[in-house]
Ligand binder design. Sequence first.
Ligand code: ADP
Ligand code: MG
Length: 568
Amino acid sequence: TTARETLGFQTEVKQLLQLMIHSLYSNREIFLRELISNASDACDKLRFEALNNAALLENEGEFSIRVNFDKTARTLTVSDNGIGMSREEAIANLGTIAKSGTREFFSQLSGDQKKDAGLIGQFGVGFYSSFIVADRVTVVTRRAGVAADQGVRWESEGTGEFTIEAIEKPVRGTEITLHLRDDQDDLLSGWKLRSIIRKYSDHILQPIVMKKEEWREGKDGESGGQVVTDEDETVNQASALWAKSKNDITEEQYKAFYKHVGHDYEDPLAWVHARVEGKSEYTQLLYLPARAPFDLYDRNVRHGIKLYVRRVFIMDDAEQLLPTYLRFVRGIVDSADLPLNVSREILQESKDIEAIRKGCTAKVLGLLTDMAANDKEKYATFWTAFGRVLKEGVGEDFANKEKIAGLLRFASTHSDTSEQTVSLADYISRMKPEQEKIYFVTADTFNAAKNSPHLEVFRKKGIEVLLLSERVDEWVVSHVTEFDGKSLASVAKGDLDLGKLEDEAEKQAQESAAGEFKALTEKIAASLAERVKEVRVTYRLTESPACLVSAENDMSGNLARLLKAAGQ
Ligand code: ADP
Ligand code: MG
């Protein structure tokens, strides 16, 4: 065996540890949920790998998770016979955070504990939450399928560094021992641990096993007490939550399950659970998180949906199950039709998957439509977190474009605030009787949109205009060209034709002004030369002396700026 080596944590891990210990203390029980969740993931991973390589199971195909405590040593142990980790994996998984955007994310930390604590949720607390209750954590692990002497012992006090050394480990899997901090002795109780497990981890598929306890009468006048026996006992239900009927599942159970599949430590915003029968048979349990993860805008990052086949875990992040614009959805799909040895390649071509994807998309959009109609406050929370991503859908999902367009919310001159609360239907309901179009302006920022000189005539006439200032909005208006029979029109484009909104007197005034100021507009056009196509008199403006407009078929000024900024 090699000697013990000391390695440093990645800077971000150190920051995360600091933050976690201080800000999650009042929530300390979650460490057990996180460790059990990891143990369960490790069993799932091995089961999946073993489908193609049964030797990995080392003749033990039953998976389980164990929780033990030792009052004398003041330790608590969580062990599993899952996939385990090699030395390299232990170093990478327990010493670094391998998510893109991590550095940028941590540079936002302000030092203000309350604010920063809120950010942790977006990051996921995971393994490091052990240090909330422990001042030393020992991980002993061996990857399934390798020799017993390939075991690894990892240990850390959760400050700056950890040690790692090779050891002998006869059984595969991982054993995590927490050396409890001084004030954590209440965790050294079978009753307490059972209650935490039942509260947070009841839904875990593998049995969570503890030693049974018994009441023994005291002898010779001594008082009696709980005694730990040698017998095993399964503490959780150890069955697939989604396979039960809805009526048998409590709200708390749904929430607890979300925290496991969503790697989130907060409650979900909403969920939908349905069994689909017919040509294609599957169960879906899909959740909307309440908050955006820090890497939401990275279209390559996915930690969405877990795929099961007849309750056997197949894979994480099954990206074929939902379109990219719904990448914030978390949950599971359990198919009755797919083969157990399905691979990612097969998934890409599978007709069953196509049906599931359609069904899941419809369910999520249905959930959102319902929420938008019946719980506006909740929908506003959803929109703030994920609206920008949902907007991508109008160009991505042709079949559902109309439905997605109905879910969009915008800022507008109606309230003149940056809050995006106006739906296209709201807008239409407020249109002037003679108004034919839905007007919008696009700009870099909300303030630029709100103060655009193009709005002057609309403000004067009391016509509402949507104020669009997110990058994705140009994409939205290039795909949503009409809604409910009304076309969308930019106020900054072309000859502004207000149609019936314009009165005759104004038209005539403009025409005569055009004649009157001909000499002036020609002079301006000459001095601007090829920088402009045309200079003309307008009635768009009531206060500003001049503004730029683009021709009907040219790209908007804002889009041109965006493309330029992107180097195109
Ligand atoms: P997450 O579970 O969200 O990936 P964690 O911080 O909980 O993040 O765990 C980090 C990683 O450490 C896991 O992704 C996994 O690769 C590894 N890991 C943690 N616990 C175990 C375990 N019991 N068995 C095998 N690998 C584990
Ligand atoms: Mg985890």
